[in-house]
Design a protein around this ligand. Structure first.
Ligand code: IMP
Ligand code: MG
Length: 186
């Protein structure tokens, strides 16, 4: 890869840019500033949902001017690979105790909202002080009132997307922007 080049530049499965790298970083700076204001005087615990949220969480955390702590969870949806069933299995649980903590769930994309609904319920049962959600992407048309998202990066159209953490069969997570995926299997 030459200087200034991006991975997958010649990949025919990568379609139009949905959110550019510049737009991502500008919005993440805004979200980080908002979190800094909202949690002033506290030390929020960022809970990243693996694997899709890893890049977003890394960039967001560096825009939060507070002593944040980190933990990670990995979940897998039963059933079909591209349609969430809402039945979720914890593949990797948190290391830290949540009692009294201000938890901020960091998610890559909210599609049906079923994964998040499960996660929120699961974490709320662990006696935290608060649980809020910061989602980089939300699919247009989702009933936000149902999902109660405190922080949202971008609303995106129905196209399946990849990049900046999001994958198809584990590929494309290192694409530095969000793009439509035009290949098979989406
Ligand atoms: P939900 O339970 O339907 O909200 O599904 C959310 C999860 O599905 C996300 O955390 C992603 O892992 C995955 N997902 C949903 N839409 C996309 C997409 O367009 N690209 C890649 N992964 C997606
Ligand atoms: Mg995924």
């Amino acid at each position: 890869m030459a200087d200034g080049a991006v991975p997958y530049a010649d990949d025919p499965n990568i379609g139009e840019v949905i959110v550019s790298a510049e737009a991502l970083q500008a919005r993440i700076a805004e979200l980080g500033a908002q979190v800094t204001t909202d949690y002033a005087g506290r030390a929020p615990l960022l809970v990243g949902v693996l694997k899709g949220a890893f890049l977003f969480m890394a960039d967001l955390a560096r825009q939060i001017d507070l002593p944040v702590e980190f933990d990670f969870m990995a979940v897998s949806s039963y059933g079909n690979a591209t349609k969430s069933s809402g039945v979720v299995r914890i593949v990797k649980d948190l290391d830290l105790d949540l009692s009294g903590r201000d938890v901020l769930i960091v998610e890559d994309i909210i599609d049906s909202g079923l994964t998040l609904a499960y996660l929120r319920k699961n974490l709320l049962a662990r006696n935290p002080n608060s649980v809020e959600v910061c989602a980089l992407l939300v699919r247009e048309g989702l009933q936000k009132t149902d999902t109660d998202l405190r922080y949202v990066g971008f609303e995106i159209p129905p196209d399946f997307v990849v990049g900046y953490g999001l994958d198809v069969s584990e590929r494309y997570r290192n694409l530095p922007y969000i793009a439509a995926y035009t290949g098979a299997g989406s």
